[in-house]
Design a protein. Structure first.
Length: 308
């Protein structure tokens, strides 16, 4: 059994993270860290105004960190040093150096540190990996992902995304990180990165678009293009090989098209549930989760390289 503290009660936490913990049969919600105790009332659990007090007073085994990115490193390291396992939201940290410190703290404490790149748990992603390994498209040589929308976080509960001191970037780190992580998952170690970032439309300090090209040791070249100023909405992901193509568009849908035809591989209704379930299994079985600090570090490296 794993007893959880949850830090940060935003939209994703209420809609996905807390329901996932409450539904996972080996999990119990031990408490919530929030400056507004009313937010904890519906869950009938204790609440604390800060993480340090919760770590001192709670007997929880694990902490889910769902705060703005600038808090990820200090809160994760504090929880690990207090002997807790940690599942932290993405992106891992503000930069590669902070992410490395988090990873090092996990090693030194012997506690499990997972990063919530939940798309790794999509059944269609596992099917794509299987098809690649079976040679269904020959040798993979190129991958492309595009995530476009017209999005401005200013004036919303996620306004911190437009503050570089709190987010370290715009769509590159918010939605691009997921696509970069999947390419790393599918193709291995990134070796070289080139990128173009700019702010063309929205009046804020972070970029509103980013185009990143990644060269992999395997020879695959990946391109990720993310935008907060483009219509129509796009959620594209394709893998091209010497003998064919795998089309996962839309990435968040069940569809997969490959040389063998069209297939359907729906994700869990709660996209965070498989991530929580995998993390619990990993801790109880003393194995790494699907998405670890070590596997998330290359994504941080790519994003650091993208900013030159």
């Amino acid at each position: 059994m794993l007893h959880w503290l949850v830090v940060g009660i935003g939209d994703i936490t209420r809609k996905r993270v807390l329901p996932a913990i409450l539904a996972e049969p080996r999990s119990r919600l031990a408490g919530i860290i929030t400056r507004d105790p009313a937010k904890a009332v519906p869950y009938d659990v204790p609440s604390w105004p800060d993480l340090d007090r919760a770590l001192a007073e709670s007997n929880a085994d694990a902490v889910y960190i769902a705060t703005p990115v600038f808090l990820h490193a200090p809160q994760t390291i504090a929880a690990l040093r207090a002997g807790r396992h940690v599942l932290c939201e993405k992106p891992m940290a503000l930069n590669y150096a902070e992410a490395s410190a988090m990873h090092q703290a996990s090693i030194e404490t012997g506690r499990t540190l997972g990063i919530a790149y939940y798309r790794r748990m999509y059944p269609k992603i596992e099917r794509a990996r299987q098809l690649i390994q079976e040679g269904a498209i020959g040798r993979p040589v190129f991958a492309e992902a595009a995530a476009h929308d017209n999005y401005n976080p200013i004036g919303t509960g996620r306004a911190w995304l437009a503050d570089p001191s709190k987010s370290a970037g715009g769509p590159l780190r918010d939605i691009g990180s997921h696509r970069i992580d999947l390419m790393n998952y599918l193709f291995g170690n990134p070796e070289r990165v080139s990128a173009h970032l700019s702010t063309l439309v929205h009046p804020f300090e972070v970029e509103d678009n980013a185009t990143v090209m990644i060269e992999y040791a395997s020879g695959v070249r990946g391109v990720v293009d993310v935008r907060w100023h483009a219509r129509p909405v796009r959620d594209e992901f394709r893998i091209r090989g010497t003998e064919g193509e795998i089309d996962l568009t839309p990435l968040n849908g069940p569809e997969l098209v490959c040389p063998g035809g069209s297939e359907s591989h729906p994700a869990h209704q709660n996209l965070h549930y498989p991530c929580v379930e995998d993390f619990v299994t990993a801790v109880l079985e003393n194995r790494p989760p699907r998405s670890t600090a070590a596997t998330a570090l290359p994504t941080e490296w790519v994003m650091d390289q993208s900013k030159g």
